[in-house]
Design a protein around this ligand. Structure first.
Ligand SMILES: [Zn+2]
Length: 92
């Protein structure tokens, strides 16, 4: 099944799920039964959120030109508490 996009001149765009390769050029509008013509749009590109797109762009940039780190990140200076299991280990 694939999703095909149609545009009704009265009601606007709507999607129809049909088997791949079986989409007709004209499809009956489910709301008004008027003929709707098939329209083509970029598949799925508009559904990527801005945050996800920024994350992917940053990840792709990191492949080619990773950022060079010159120091420890801020906040890493805090003392780390030892793992609780270490206190249960036998002492010499
Ligand atoms: Zn319609």
């Amino acid at each position: 099944m694939a999703t095909y996009e149609y545009l009704c001149s009265r009601c606007g765009p709507f999607d129809v799920k049909l088997a791949i390769g079986t989409a007709p050029r004209i499809y009956g509008c489910p709301a008004c039964a008027h003929d709707a013509r098939r329209v083509f749009s970029a598949p799925g590109l508009s559904r990527t959120s801005d945050a996800a797109a920024a994350l992917r762009a940053r990840e792709e940039q990191s492949r080619e030109a990773p950022a060079v780190v010159s120091g420890l990140p801020s906040g890493s200076g805090a003392r780390r508490r030892p793992h609780p299991a270490l206190s249960r280990l036998p002492r010499p």
